[in-house]
Write a protein that binds this ligand. Structure first.
Ligand code: 1HN
Length: 349
């Protein structure tokens, strides 16, 4: 009796067979199976930090090269160094840094991709989403739900700068994306400014509430002053998660889930000297430091991050974070989409 099956053909015979089936649009799974189904996640992205002190002057220079209107969106894309030319900060997420100069309008359009903004600099800049305008302030987390008209502008005399995060690679993967330009540069206002916060932002919702934005939160500006106050209360009154620090996630008030259907967002405080225990998860993360200083150790590499610096922590890479000063940072990732698919996992040391 034979202990093991013997190969039935040599390499040349197999190649001849592959050449025969290729014109029929057929291919042998056994040649590619290991790459298709890796034993554990192997991110193509690498960890990286963009220092705001380097990015800001280059963005301001772009402000002299091209108008917001001509560019449609004047953005420097944050490209993962291992994914150059692909407009990806991780394999699934797009991120960029956007500038609107005084008097400019980034014209109204809508698309299937959902967007978030984390505001770095603004003195009176606004975004209008589905007919409602909100003034953007530093640290605010602003959502553009999928399919909602949106335009941005600045009527006072300083530039506005924010980080954009979009799920557009997920949309393009499904080949399900649409995009449309508005007839007017600025959509007309059909609601009072900040109306959605008044209606949905106090722990009370209408008896028959449906989000005007489907699976996206009806609140589209989670103001930093309120988020920060909530976080600081947690810091005072709760035990800290050794792997995550003090963290609060942004929630949809209608169902308690993530604020966006595809993108998870949360806010973390690490007290000075606190070092998180080793952590990895299947979502690649983008971190934006709002206050303080953080040293990140990811995949054995060390990155120092100060205010407004942006870092990327790839999926399933071990990492830990240490606060060199009391720190608050914002994080976004594709965790919301992964949880909806039932595939998200984490691992703690
Ligand atoms: C977009 O609509 C914005 O509305 C920013 O500010 C960045 C990147 C790709 C596609 C659409 C915006 C974008 C974008």
């Amino acid at each position: 009796m034979q202990a093991t099956a013997q190969p039935t053909s040599d390499a040349a015979t197999r190649q001849k067979y592959y050449d025969t089936i290729a014109p029929q649009s057929l291919a042998p799974l056994w040649e590619v199976l290991k790459g298709l189904v890796p034993p554990e996640p192997r991110s193509k992205a690498v960890p990286h930090v963009w220092h705001y002190s380097k990015v800001r002057p280059l963005l301001i220079e772009a402000g002299r090269l091209v108008t917001a209107e001509e560019a449609e969106r004047r953005v420097l894309v944050l490209e993962n160094p291992a994914l150059a030319g692909q407009s990806r900060i991780t394999s699934s997420m797009y991120a960029g840094v956007q500038l609107v100069m005084p008097g400019e309008i980034a014209p109204a359009h809508k698309h299937t991709a959902s967007a978030l903004r984390l505001v770095l600099e603004s003195n009176g800049g606004y975004t209008t989403v589905a007919g409602e305008r909100t003034i953007m302030c530093r640290g605010d987390f602003v959502i553009t739900p999928n399919g909602a008209w949106h335009d941005h502008g600045q009527e006072s005399d300083t530039p506005i700068i924010w980080v954009d995060g979009l799920d557009l690679h997920m949309i393009n993967f499904f080949e399900s994306g649409f995009m449309e330009h508005h007839n007017d540069k600025k959509q007309s206002l059909v609601k009072n400014d900040e109306e959605s916060v008044a209606r949905y932002g106090s722990g009370l919702v209408p008896m028959t509430a449906h989000s005007p934005f489907g699976m996206t939160s009806p609140i589209f500006n989670y103001r930093y002053d309120r988020s920060r106050a909530a976080l600081m209360d947690v810091v005072t009154n709760n035990t800290v998660d050794p792997n995550l620090g003090h963290a609060l996630r942004y929630a949809n008030p209608l169902d308690g889930g993530w604020a966006m259907p595809t993108i998870a967002t949360w806010l973390t405080h690490l007290p000075k000297g606190f070092e998180t225990k080793g952590y990895r998860a299947t979502d690649g993360r983008t971190l934006i430091v709002i206050e303080g200083e953080v040293t990140a150790e990811i995949d054995g590499k060390t990155f120092k991050m100060g205010e407004s610096d942006i870092g990327v922590w790839p999926a399933w890479s071990w990492g830990s974070l240490r606060a060199d000063k009391d720190a608050i940072f914002f994080t976004f990732s594709d965790r919301a989409a992964q949880e909806r698919l039932g595939i998200w996992r984490e691992d703690r040391r």
